[in-house]
Write a protein that binds this ligand. Structure first.
Ligand code: SF4
Length: 538
């Protein structure tokens, strides 16, 4: 009996599954199916199915994993759309489909007898359905999760970008904070943590199947991992640096060929409330991670009124404190790149937002910049509310339009005045970025990224084969990305387009093609060229 897992590319605050990421969901479903006794278990991405006009070959059962409650823009592939789920069901009437994952079911109205929506944990359903013919919805236990995780590792071999993929790793579920933010579903789950040994075992097994890139990203707050829920300060549990040490050290000891060890999701409130423990945890992470790591802080808003009305986790003062700590410990560079920097998530659509809110967000970030602190990324997103949470709609009618305009104005200011500045500090001109993978083309440009957490996009003014691995060095900056040339770089063979991109050259590039000698003399006077010169072949 053929069972196909269709990866619709999830993106939720605690899990990313857009290539090169492979989410926990697809791996756990593979493990559940295998443990339930299915032998013919396969995997296809939605991108692959689009190329085949959504037709499946001789498949009796299939699981579609879907859901991107926090949609963004993606280079690695576009998440599945509701109409595509419909089309898959319609075009493959003999296949029985189970739809699960972080998809917001309240938005789904399907009328296909061969498509069943599975609530709660899809992997638990698959296991009990095939093993015990039990079709009730259920959550998986932590013991089941550990079994599914190890047994599902084999599926990575079928990923079209294998072995250049990064596995999202789960440390636990539920928000360890006592109160929960108005917009977040994490508080609906009971808090449970996986033990370090089980996580290490999963990573080890994935590595045996060829995975070398990992992100410890599926959790509400890595600094609360294994925390003591009976020792609460201002609503936050006491962190457990011993578990973090055991986890990171264990991963490094057991997987010597690891290429990426990054993280995601850190609560700045935990750091501010437990500075000593958090300092220790940051030191452990910085000792064992790989460079370019980012701790994303869900600040959401710098407006005290909005923070209060939405029970947000930290005040601007506390977030600032956490930013400062990470800069001090994580700002050290390895291969020219900072080891661990903070990132900031801001959202729009919270209760109590008013015309001052977005200015306060901007002013907070401006202070961070003026104080010489670094932020690797500033993520500003619009809430897509789930009706399981307290928040439905923050404002309406006339207010909505006015606030939208103010929001856009400040977002633009943040992009121009802060993002761009941060990029220049973090990736100075001439920085060499190794092992980038070309992921997309925009006109004659190639867009490439390293494998990791929030990797910077490098725009290269040349068409390079998709998925080719390259090295590049930084030549200039865009709002939220970098312009880079291939490393090593040959000025003699450079195209007009490339020469034009050298800061200070622009239209004068055509002179180069008329009179190379004059041009060389001219550009050699430019400061930027002095830096680039070391990287030239000629
Ligand atoms: S602190 Fe807030 S945003 Fe973070 S996991 Fe808890 S409820 Fe969600």
């Amino acid at each position: 009996m053929k069972f196909l897992i269709i990866d619709g590319f999830v993106d939720e605050p605690t899990c990313l599954g857009v290539p090169p990421y492979i989410s926990t969901y697809v791996r756990y479903v593979a493990g559940a199916a295998k443990l339930a006794g299915l032998r013919d278990v396969h995997y296809k991405t939605i991108t692959e199915l689009r190329e085949k006009d959504f037709i499946l070959e001789n498949c009796e059962y299939s699981t579609i994993i879907a859901g991107n409650p926090v949609p963004g823009k993606y280079l690695g592939g576009n998440p599945i759309e509701l109409k595509e789920i419909e089309e898959i069901a319609k075009k493959n009437r003999k296949t029985k489909f189970f739809l699960g994952g972080p998809i917001q079911f309240e938005n789904c109205y399907f009328d296909h007898s061969n498509l069943k929506i599975i609530e709660k944990d899809i992997e638990a359903f698959i296991f009990h359905f095939f093993r015990h013919s039990d079709s009730s919805f259920r959550y998986r236990s932590i013991e089941e999760l550990n079994e599914f995780a190890v047994n599902g590792a084999f599926i990575v071999n079928e990923h079209p970008r294998y072995p250049d993929i990064i596995a999202e790793i789960e440390t636990g579920r539920g928000c360890p904070r006592v109160t929960h933010c108005s917009f977040c579903v994490e508080g609906l789950f009971e808090v449970d943590f996986r033990e370090p040994k089980d996580i290490i075992e999963e990573i080890y097994t994935l590595n045996q199947y060829g995975v070398k890139h990992f992100r410890i990203g599926k959790q509400a707050d890595l600094y609360s991992y294994g925390g003591d829920l009976s020792k609460i300060k201002n609503g936050f549990p006491k962190p457990n640096s011993l578990w973090i040490e055991y986890l990171y050290k264990g991963i490094r000891d057991k997987i010597p060929n690891i290429k990426t060890l990054h993280l995601d999701n850190v609560n700045p409130g935990t750091i501010a409330n437990f500075p000593e423990e958090s300092k220790k945890i940051t030191e452990i992470i910085v000792e064992h991670n790989t460079p370019g790591d980012v701790a994303a802080f869900g600040m959401e808003s710098a407006d005290p009124l909005v923070i209060e009305k939405n029970s947000l986790k930290a005040s601007p003062y506390e977030v600032y404190f956490a930013i400062e700590m990470l800069n001090q410990i994580g700002g050290i560079r390895e291969n020219g790149i900072p080891k661990l920097l903070p990132g900031i998530n801001l959202i729009k659509g919270l209760i109590g937002e008013n015309k001052d809110t977005f200015r306060k967000n901007y002013e907070f970030l401006l202070k961070v910049k003026e104080d010489g602190l670094l932020l690797r990324r500033i993520n500003i997103r619009q809430i897509k509310p789930s009706n399981k949470t307290q928040i439905k709609k923050a404002y309406s009618g006339k207010d909505e339009k006015i606030l939208d305009a103010i929001f856009r104005n400040y977002r633009e200011k943040i992009r121009n005045e802060i993002d761009n500045y941060m990029l220049k500090q973090i990736f100075p001109e001439g920085t060499i970025l190794r092992n980038l993978i070309v992921e997309s083309h925009r006109g004659d440009w190639s867009l490439a990224r390293q494998i990791g957490t929030y990797p910077i996009t490098v725009n290269i003014p040349k068409k390079i084969e998709i998925h080719k691995k390259i090295d590049s060095f930084v030549i200039a900056y865009r709002e939220r990305s970098i312009v880079g040339f291939l490393f090593p770089f040959s000025i003699k063979n450079a195209s007009l387009k490339e020469i034009e991109e050298i800061p200070g050259i622009g239209k004068k590039a055509s002179d180069y093609f008329l009179n190379k000698e004059t041009f060389k003399k001219e550009i050699s006077k430019l400061k930027i060229f002095e830096k680039i010169r070391a990287n030239l072949i000629d």
